[in-house]
Write a protein of this length. Structure first.
Length: 206
């Protein structure tokens, strides 16, 4: 009998505020990204889910398989953006204290004014183990995020881990775009869950 995937017990069940992060240099670079780059990168992104609606993404790193977070790869823009992203990523995850932390997915998500991300859960097994972390780059007071059974307004430059395994949604009721740096993070020294090997052995459907 196959064991059903269970969440990493280290993940938050609601939200976990990780503190302020210095995004000044990253913010300036993000605001300079041409519309043509946003459009081209969004067109080629691997996370084409209907619930994302009009939200566009620039994906820097992504998992090789939705079943296993331990394998990931750099996408074309990672090399150019790595020096800007790595200091922000490192500062955001400092509180975890992991000796060998890994970032399997790293992306920018741009939600237009009036945009929505419809209620959903991150259902693939690769999403059950890593921490899911947001760092707002731009926002406005009318951006509402629902995680852990409550509505939240996340301020610019404050890293926060969210519960991606419960129902969540986002609504931008303001007049400006919302741009978040979104990434996953896990401890490479943490033992793999008991359910992973059987799941991979049976070739669970994607």
């Amino acid at each position: 009998m196959t064991v059903a995937p269970a969440a990493n017990p280290r993940k938050t069940a609601t939200i976990r505020r990780l503190g302020p992060v210095d995004i000044a240099v990253l913010n300036a670079a993000v605001l300079e990204i041409p519309e043509a780059v946003w459009d081209a990168e969004n067109q080629s992104k691997p996370n084409k889910f209907e619930v994302l609606d009009q939200t566009r993404h620039i994906v820097f790193r992504f998992v090789d398989s939705p079943r296993d977070w331990r394998g990931s790869h750099d996408r074309p823009l990672w090399a150019a953006w790595r020096a800007l992203l790595e200091p922000v990523l490192a500062q955001a995850v400092q509180a975890y204290g992991y000796g060998r932390g890994v970032f399997p997915r790293v992306m920018l998500a741009r939600m237009p004014a009036g945009g929505v991300i419809h209620p959903h859960i991150d259902a693939n097994p690769a999403a059950k183990w890593p921490h899911k972390i947001h760092v707002p780059i731009t926002t406005n007071p009318e951006v509402v995020s629902f995680f852990g059974g409550q509505e939240h307004r996340f301020p610019v430059g404050e890293a926060v881990e969210v519960n991606n395994l419960g129902p969540h949604w986002v609504r931008n009721g303001g007049a400006t775009d919302r741009i978040h740096l979104i990434f996953e993070y896990y401890d490479a020294d943490q033992p793999d869950p008991d359910w992973l090997a059987p799941l991979l052995a049976v070739g669970a459907p994607r």
